[in-house]
Design a protein around this ligand. Structure first.
Ligand code: SAM
Length: 476
């Protein structure tokens, strides 16, 4: 590998995700492992809640002193509360098509997997899926597709987004569609922006070029530069909320953690705004995937520590965890900084409208948390979180830099908390079981009592409107 100089402002993948800097940072962190003085300095900077550099965060991650780890956890909890409160936003993935031309060795959708039944939904089938999702109570989706220029062209994605936003079934509506499709060009990103998407999500999978090229032997995704520079094209194309992530388990976690933070530094340096979200997916067993791939998988304890250190390093980014993780792991990381989770998810094409026919073989990977959305809402409430179905920010143009400013000065709560309570009441009135409704309404009353007078008035009025059937979708 050629030695590049680390330059967060550079548009060149190997300069902003600089291999030499990553190796050097890991070496430095290992040499300074458990250096009490350095850790004290880093923790004191972290307490200012303005974030940390990749090296500083790595030094925290690598330490193994129980007392320091306790401080890291306490600080992560505090930062989560200060920036994102006790709210947890809910969403569901929607798989439109599993046709794919790529050869990602860890993903059963890869082109040469002949066991995988291929399916692409028609617009009518998408309608059925969305009705099923609305009947569960979902308001926010993440679209998932394999990469296939003939079967899944951008026009198909755009048409599907339109279909999804148009469906108004009973009191339901999908109000935010995030999109997780393969890296594309600037003009296509502009079209996605014009179609009204929320966040554009793309996982790097692994930042290690050598590993990346080996794990993606064929197809357009083989191109490491195309993948790594995609968010720059997305932002230049006008998408100001981007979601990054790595698939933990594909390479060594110290490498991925450092590089992920360098990606954050790059986006901030070039666009003055970091990622809207950071996802932390972990590799899952899936059809036909070689178990040897799991050699770099990480333990639950390391995983939890990664979440805590990311929370401290990038206080303003939302953090997402999916149903790849178990209830127990989700419980641990929710406290430490996760602000969005999926619930009631299906990872097969057509899995929501035809659960009885759901062909397990067409699922992308095994879901670990199989609970219903109602069970998840109840569990969140029981654990002191406020489940939120809010989608107001981007509809009020609080996106990109504007969102980050409000988040950084901790004033986003003034919008998010009232909106979360109102969106939760919609869920309770329209979709919840009796037990969830009773618990949710009790907690909403407690939360309203803590709001400033003006917001309390606004929320109280509209909570009643929702209960009386006078309207839906109230937000600040
Ligand atoms: N096809 C799009 C692309 O290439 O970016 C993204 C859609 S894919 C359905 C979403 C993500 O699923 C991938 O980016 C990958 O990180 C993740 N994934 C693939 N195989 C997985 C597995 N075996 N376990 C967990 N996650 C997996």
């Amino acid at each position: 590998m050629t030695n590049f100089i680390y330059n967060p402002k550079s548009p060149v993948a190997d300069e902003f995700i600089c291999h030499a800097e990553i190796v050097e940072s890991i070496k430095f962190a290992e040499e300074h492992k458990n250096d009490k003085e350095l850790l004290a300095q880093i923790l004191s900077k972290a307490k200012e809640e303005k974030g940390l550099s990749h090296r500083e965060a790595l030094i925290l991650l690598i330490n193994d002193m129980p007392e320091i780890n306790r401080q890291i956890e306490d600080l992560a909890k505090q930062i989560k509360l200060d920036f994102y409160g006790n709210r947890v936003v809910l969403f569901a993935p929607l798989y439109l098509s599993n046709y794919c031309v790529n050869g990602c060795t860890y993903c059963p959708y890869h082109a040469i997997n002949k066991n995988m039944p291929r399916k692409k939904m028609t617009q009518d089938e998408i309608r059925d899926e969305v009705v099923a999702l609305q009947d569960m109570g979902h308001k926010r989706l993440a679209l998932e597709l394999g990469e296939h220029p003939q079967m899944n062209p951008l026009e198909y994605v755009l048409e599907s987004i339109n279909t999804i936003y148009d469906i108004k079934h009973k009191n339901g509506s999908i109000r935010r569609v995030n999109v997780n499709i393969a890296a594309t060009d600037e003009a296509s990103y502009s079209k996605l922006k014009d179609a009204g998407i929320g966040t554009y999500i793309l996982f790097q999978e692994t930042y290690n070029r050598e590993r990346y090229e080996k794990l993606h032997p064929t197809g357009p995704k083989h191109d490491y530069n195309r993948q790594t520079e995609a968010m720059d094209r997305a932002m230049r194309g006008g998408i100001d909320d981007v979601g990054i992530g790595v698939l933990f388990g594909l390479s060594t976690y110290l490498y991925e953690f450092t590089a992920l933070l360098m990606h954050v530094e790059h986006l901030k340096a070039v666009f003055n705004v970091g990622p809207h979200t950071i996802s932390v997916p972990r590799l899952r067993p899936a059809d036909g995937i070689n178990p040897a791939l799991f050699a770099d998988c990480i333990s639950d304890d390391i995983f939890v520590k990664i979440v805590a250190c990311l929370r401290i390093a990038v206080p303003t980014a939302g953090m997402i965890i999916s149903t790849r993780e178990s209830k127990e792991t989700r419980e641990r990381v929710l406290q430490l900084g996760i602000s969005q989770i999926s619930g009631g998810s299906k990872t097969s094409v057509g899995g929501y409208s035809h659960p009885q026919e759901e062909d397990k073989d067409s699922a992308q990977f095994d879901v670990c948390d199989n609970r219903t959305l109602d069970e998840i809402v109840y569990w969140l409430l029981k654990n002191g979180h406020i489940p939120s179905f809010c989608t107001a920010c981007y509809r009020k143009h609080r996106t990109g830099e504007q969102f980050m400013k409000l988040c950084a000065n901790k004033s986003i709560h003034h919008f998010c908390h009232p909106n979360a309570l109102l969106s939760l009441q919609e869920y309770l009135t329209d979709y919840a079981s009796e037990a969830t409704k009773a618990l949710g309404e009790k907690i909403i009353a407690q939360e309203v009592a803590k709001l400033p007078e003006q917001s309390a008035k606004f929320v109280t009025q509209h909570l009643q409107d929702i209960k009386d059937g006078k309207g839906r979708d109230f937000y600040l």
